[in-house]
Write a protein that binds this ligand. Structure first.
Ligand code: NOJ
Length: 549
């Protein structure tokens, strides 16, 4: 990659969940004016690309992932002029704004669905997926919703079932109807013309379903817990023909200069890389790579996952890594507070665009909630496994300072979800005052990534460190070779590396110890420590890697 690489290759993506970032009007829900007020914070984190979860008008059954108008702003979040101001303020700071696009389903309150439901002969009827009941009555086939129960809801008025892989309030659009894609492209046009920098496309692999509506086969490996996992979703996700549809979306987006298309896809490496497009890279710029979230937190496993992904990437493809989002347990809850810095160092030193989730930079933890306080539909629909499937714990308000409501909302306001019990101590203000805090480390790490072309765009090569729990790799370009050492365990380790150099310069440690020269033969990684070191110019391994590629 050259120095002229695109903004989405060099930059760091930061996901803002708008409901939970900053309330500015005292209703206990975050809003666009709140995000604007915090842009300097984001700029100071050295993140470059802000991705917003949906801000469109919505009855909020799935907190905005049920869109009732693709070309407007929900008054809960503000107005279109707030949005225009946000976009201008983001751009003024040299940052970019990416919106969530939810094309697979609309809200049941979208005028398209209201029309579709109104009568069997309505011109919009076939914009959604309608089927007669099975011959003996009941849903047309065995398809299931991610959120529990069948993927079909009966409509008394018209005597047919409509399909939804999420809530009944999220009917699925029918992309086999010739008018649906053009209608969705028109919505994209609206935001592209405004100057948004791209889209994160929700469940992009699910846009087409089996035209024969065949039953899905049973999953022989089902553990009996989540009903959705009892089937193999071969007829409702990742159909071969979905790639053609994605190509059309991408070709449309390419009608504007330099915009980004990210796809949300939970897939293993070999299947994921297909979403870049075959030889031509004509699908997603970044098919989100969730391996760091899904794989067990083990140095050997993570090395295998990274090496495999690097090996499978098509030549034109640019890698990416994601460490958290609004659907997954928080980073510090998954890997533990002491490993969270190691995980952030991994994310920010791997080759490819990193994506991080708001609050993970200060080590926010999931907030355990009793069922009575949960709001997330999969939890409410499956109360017996609410603690497994409920996503409220990772969506609680951002912890800004020690004031009432942690600075998320004014004192006396009831925030839409409760704040973490530790918010008066674990917050941005307290950590900003301490350079050795998680936030201090995060900023130092993002600054290092920005300052070192080897990290932003150099080659990657893993190394044998001859020690359990240690993942070691090189990142380098023609100017510099960096060595990254990560201790995934709670034991002190002495890595033995295949490097001829005697010493290297420590640039950053997760422990925030002072930069200094270290002897490679005597290198010690403390428990839960990660390090980035600079090898001397002309290091033998770096030369062989460079000449090899
Ligand atoms: C994926 C989104 O990230 C999730 O929050 C949402 O519930 C589903 N898609 C349905 O839109």
């Amino acid at each position: 990659m050259s120095a002229a690489a695109s903004w989405w290759q060099r930059g760091i993506i930061y996901q803002v969940y708008p409901r939970s970032f900053q309330d500015s009007n005292g209703d206990g829900v975050g809003d666009l004016a709140g995000i604007i007020a915090r842009l300097d914070y984001l700029h100071g984190l050295n993140v470059d690309i802000i991705w917003l979860s949906p801000i469109y008008p919505s009855p909020m059954h799935d907190f905005g992932y049920d869109v009732a108008d693709y070309c407007a702003i929900d008054p809960l979040f503000g107005s279109m002029s707030d949005f225009d101001r946000l976009l201008a303020e983001v751009h003024r700071r040299g940052m970019r704004l990416v919106l969530d696009l939810v094309p697979n389903h609309s809200s049941h309150r979208h005028p398209w669905f209201i029309a579709s439901r109104s009568a069997r002969d309505d011109p919009r009827r076939a914009w959604y997926i309608w089927r007669d009941p099975a011959s003996g009555g009941g849903p047309p086939n065995n398809w299931l919703s991610h959120f529990g129960g069948p993927a079909w809801t009966f409509d008394e008025g018209s005597g047919q079932y409509y399909m939804h892989q999420f809530l009944p309030q999220q009917p699925e659009l029918n992309y086999r109807h010739p008018e649906v894609l053009p209608a969705m492209l028109d919505c994209m046009r609206f935001w592209l013309d405004k100057g948004v920098d791209g889209f994160r496309v929700d469940v992009i692999g699910m846009l087409l379903k089996d035209p024969l509506f065949r039953d899905e086969p049973a999953n022989p490996a089902w553990n009996g817990i989540r009903e959705y996992q009892s089937l193999l979703h071969v007829h409702t996700a990742n159909l071969p023909e979905v790639h053609g549809l994605i190509r059309q979306m991408r070709a449309f987006l390419d009608g504007w200069d330099d915009r980004l298309m990210i796809g949300e896809l939970y897939l293993p490496n070999a299947e994921l890389v297909r979403y870049y497009g075959n030889e031509d890279g004509a699908e997603c710029h970044l098919p989100f790579n969730f391996q760091l979230i899904r794989a067990p937190w083990d140095a050997a496993v993570i090395r295998r996952v990274v090496d495999e992904y690097e090996a499978l990437l098509p030549v034109h493809a640019w890698p990416n890594w994601v460490l958290g989002n609004h659907d997954q347990k928080r980073l510090a809850t998954r890997v533990g507070l002491s490993q969270a810095r190691v995980a952030n160092m991994l994310l920010l030193t791997l080759r490819g665009t990193p994506t991080c989730y708001y609050g993970d930079e200060i080590g926010m933890l999931d907030v355990p909630l009793p069922l009575t306080l949960m709001q997330d539909p999969p939890a409410l629909r499956q109360p017996e496994i609410a603690h497994l499937v409920g996503r409220d714990p990772q969506r609680t308000p951002m912890q800004w300072d020690a004031s009432a409501n942690a600075g998320f909302a004014a004192a006396g306001v009831r925030s839409w979800l409760p704040l973490a019990a530790d918010c008066s101590t674990r917050n941005v203000a307290s950590q900003a005052a301490d350079p050795a805090s998680p936030l201090g480390f995060f900023r130092a790490m993002t600054a290092l990534r920005r300052a070192e072309p080897a990290l932003a765009s150099g080659f990657y090569q893993s190394l044998d460190a001859d020690q359990p729990d240690v993942f070691a790799y090189l990142r380098g370009d023609r100017g510099s070779t960096l060595l990254v050492l990560l201790n995934f365990g709670a034991e002190r380790r002495r890595p033995a590396l295949p490097l001829s150099d005697a010493a290297a310069d420590l640039l950053l440690s997760t422990a925030m110890t002072a930069p200094r020269r270290l002897s490679l033969a005597q290198l010690v990684l403390e428990p839960d420590e990660g390090m980035v070191l600079r090898l001397p110019a002309g290091s033998r391994v770096s030369r062989s890697v460079l000449s090899g590629g």
